[in-house]
Design a binder for this molecule. Structure first.
Ligand code: GZL
Length: 320
């Protein structure tokens, strides 16, 4: 081997060694994550995905549960700033009210990634990227499924009651808008009642009880913005002596295990998938942001629709 070749090989090996030593010596990335809460099966799966992915990536995760309160998220973000974390990520419980604290993160030169739910801010440079589902499309998918089902039925009217998610949250606002858009051209379909169930089983049951009390057998369909409220409402429907999935069609969103079990029991008709498994993508995105690499401003999670007919085939492969 010529001298030149030996020199180049030697230089390359030295560079590789130096890089690997540097990588070994570099302290682990530290991410501060503010989570909405633990309000639903979806949220628990989302938290598990984030914690598992951080561990697998050798990233130190400072995790704060806000118990569905925005003031707790603001406090957590301020604490992460004070601790000088490398990056802040959060799932905003509601869309608005983030400008001030995100300006503080920007002033501290700590990049921010928004996950799961969107924020409405005056300055888009307040966050590096937003990774989450297209909730309007999820609402459209739910509405399209119902419109197709109604079109095949001789029934003249489908009166719908709607359980909305957390007031002011992106999924609640967008799923409502998407569903309304999809059913607008179908005169058979009419929303007769709509109220928040705050994404929880308990509140979903409570509000469905009130719907049943005021509308009773006039209800033909329940549209729930998440499976947990649908599962709570199913209990209320049964306690009222009606058959969920038969007397009242149940249309929901998330695709959690509980929804597949309800479909297998014939109590839920369709769930529109909203994947909580954002952890691995979030960790890679965080590394890229901290490394100063260009990243997409918006990353949309790809998802499907699962009617009851496919539940038995699909349930074994579900990851949440
Ligand atoms: C959607 C997520 C919603 C879920 C609910 O991405 O923000 O919050 O649909 C959860 O189950 O509570």
């Amino acid at each position: 081997m010529t001298f030149t070749r030996r020199f180049i090989l030697g230089a390359a090996m030295a560079a590789t060694f130096a890089t690997s030593v540097a990588a070994l010596a570099a302290p682990p990335l530290v991410i501060g994550f503010s989570q909405v809460g633990a309000e639903s099966e979806w949220r628990s799966a989302n938290t598990a995905s984030i914690k598992q992915a951080a561990g697998a990536a050798g990233i130190t995760l400072k995790f704060a549960d806000a118990q569905q309160k925005q003031e707790n998220q603001v406090k957590a973000i301020r604490s992460f700033i004070a601790q000088r974390v490398d990056l802040i990520a959060f799932s905003p419980v509601v869309e608005s009210g983030w400008d001030t604290v995100l300006r503080e993160a920007k002033a501290a030169k700590i990049p921010v990634i928004v996950t799961d739910r969107a924020v409405k801010v005056t300055d888009p440079t307040l966050y590096a990227s937003f990774i989450g589902s297209d909730f309007v499309e999820e609402g459209r998918r739910a509405g399209r499924w119902l419109a197709e089902r109604a079109a095949k039925s001789p029934q003249k009217a489908f009166n719908i009651v709607e359980l909305q998610g957390t007031v002011g949250s992106a999924p609640a606002l967008d799923r409502k808008a998407g569903f309304a858009e999809a059913i607008a051209a179908h005169p058979k379909l009419k929303i007769i009642r709509s109220q928040t169930g705050d994404f929880t089983r308990a509140k979903g049951k409570e509000v469905m009880e009130a719907f049943l009390k005021s509308e009773g057998k006039n209800i033909n369909v329940l549209y729930a913005h998440n499976d947990d409220m649908a599962i709570g409402a199913i209990q209320a429907i049964e306690e009222a002596g009606l058959k969920p999935g038969v007397d009242i069609l149940v249309v929901s969103i998330d695709g959690v295990k509980g929804a597949f079990q309800a479909m297998l029991a014939g109590k839920l008709n369709v769930t529109v998938e909203c994947s909580p498994l954002l952890g691995p993508q979030l960790m890679q995105l965080a590394r890229d942001v901290v490394a100063g690499k260009p990243v997409p401003k918006r990353i949309v999670v790809t998802e499907g629709v699962f009617p009851a007919e496919v539940a038995a085939k699909e349930i074994a492969s579900r990851k949440y």
